[in-house]
Structure formats: structure tokens, C-alpha cells
Design a protein. Structure first.
Ligand SMILES: Nc1ncnc2c1ncn2[C@@H]1O[C@H](COP(=O)(O)OP(=O)(O)O)[C@@H](O)[C@H]1O
Ligand SMILES: [Mg+2]
Length: 209
């Protein structure tokens, strides 16, 4: 079982959007996917309850170190949707994760805010060499200098920056509010999520070699 944790203590960075769409796409591709909602605001759980083909979704705002292993055997991939201000939970999530995806909106303040989760990831990597981590640029406005300079700024942290990103598109909030993924509605957002899923699978597969 692989565990992908979507983490960043900064609220509104795009965690739930990425977690719900990634989980949906992985399920479409035939993986047995569980979505773990670690946010007391329960946005992912509400999304799942609203939709018809949404992945099995579990609320776990604590005890991740027992809740995630309990899914072993029943699921191939766990996608964990993180919460704001969750230092203790973030530490447990990073321990459980094979891969940490860190959504970051293209602004200086958002990049600085990501240092909190990076510190936790690096502390764990120093002990075990795991987990892998990668930034995902979230809500990028196409072809702006800002989006490119964000790429440069993020690379300076020595963490992968995925080639795939989410653009600033109305399709994302629409799908989230309707219990859908952007794969149900199609268009450019669907292409973005498919590219993100491809890259995620590649990182998970390589980490086993
Ligand atoms: N790529 C995007 N384009 C447009 N709106 C987005 C995008 N990503 C997220 N949003 C919207 O921004 C808000 C915050 O995103 P969310 O995924 O809930 O962040 P987090 O879980 O990190 O708090 C939500 O209303 C969501 O629909
Ligand atoms: Mg959220």
C-alpha cells in the first residue's frame, strides 16, 4: 500500500482540491483508493458524501499512526488530505507517507508558508531517508512571470517541483462543490489532473526500486 499525503499548513493552498481529484483519478485507473480526511473542517468528507463515485473516505483527525495501517490489505493507495495548523498530525502524516505533495500557490508568502511542512519532511528524511516530497504549483495563472519565478524559487529548496500543476480554473471549485472530480467535467483541468496522477504514480513506483 502506498500513502500519498497532501500537506501544507497554509489553508487554501489547494490540498483538498488536489487530494480529491488525485484520489478520483487513481480510482478511475483501477486502483483501490482510500481518501483520509485529516481536516476537522471535513471538506473532503462532505465532497465524498455528495458524490456517487467518490472513493471511500475516512475521517481521521488524529491517531494516523494506527488509522492508516488499518487500511492495509483493503486498499492499494491512500491519499491523505491534510489540514491547516496541524503540526502534530503533520508529523504523523509525514511518518506514514511514501510521498508528500505540497501544493503551493504562486506567491512569495505562500512559498514561505511551505517552509513549515518542509521542516517536518526534512526532519523525517534525516532519520529514515523517506518520504519523498514534491511541490505542486496550485492555481497558476498561465504564462505569468510570477508562475515561472515561483518555479525557480521552489527549486531552491532542493525539493522536486512537479511539471504538472493546477491552473486557476472555475472547474475546480465547481467539481469540489458538486461531489465530482474535474475528470467528470473534462477540459483543461482534467488534463492537468491526469498529468498530476501520472507523475504521482511515477514517483511512487520509483521509490520502490
Ligand atoms: N486550481 C484552482 N483553480 C481555482 N480554484 C481553486 C483551485 N484550487 C483550489 N481552488 C479553490 O480554492 C479554495 C481552497 O482550495 P482547497 O483545495 O480547499 O485548499 P486547502 O484544502 O489547502 O485549504 C477552494 O474553494 C477551491 O475550490
Ligand atoms: Mg482542505
Amino acid at each position: 500500500m502506498h500513502v500519498v499525503a497532501v500537506l501544507n499548513q497554509k489553508g487554501g493552498s489547494g490540498k483538498t482540491t488536489i487530494a480529491t481529484n488525485l484520489a478520483s483519478d487513481l480510482q478511475r485507473r483501477g486502483h483501490r483508493v482510500a481518501l483520509v480526511d485529516a481536516d476537522p473542517q471535513k471538506t473532503a468528507s462532505e465532497w465524498a458524501a455528495r458524490g456517487e463515485d467518490t472513493p471511500p473516505t475516512f475521517e481521521a483527525t488524529k491517531d494516523l499512526s494506527t488509522n492508516i495501517p488499518a487500511l492495509e490489505g483493503s486498499f492499494d493507495i491512500v491519499v491523505l488530505d491534510g489540514a491547516p495548523r496541524m503540526t502534530e498530525l503533520a508529523t504523523d502524516a509525514v511518518k506514514a507517507a511514501d510521498l508528500v505533495l505540497i501544493p503551493v500557490q504562486p506567491s512569495g508568502a505562500d512559498i514561505w508558508a511551505a517552509e513549515d511542512i518542509l521542516d517536518i519532511v526534512e526532519a523525517r528524511q534525516n532519520v529514515t531517508g523517506e518520504p519523498r516530497a514534491a511541490f505542486v504549483v496550485s492555481r497558476a495563472v498561465a504564462r505569468t512571470n510570477l508562475a515561472d519565478s515561483v518555479q525557480d524559487a521552489l527549486e531552491q529548496y532542493g525539493v522536486n517541483v512537479l511539471d504538472s500543476r493546477t491552473g486557476h480554473r472555475i472547474a475546480y471549485p465547481e467539481a469540489l462543490g458538486a461531489g465530482l472530480s474535474v475528470l467528470d467535467t473534462g477540459g483543461k483541468a482534467a488534463d492537468e489532473v491526469e498529468a498530476l496522477t501520472d507523475e504521482t504514480i511515477e514517483l511512487l513506483t520509483n521509490s520502490n526500486e
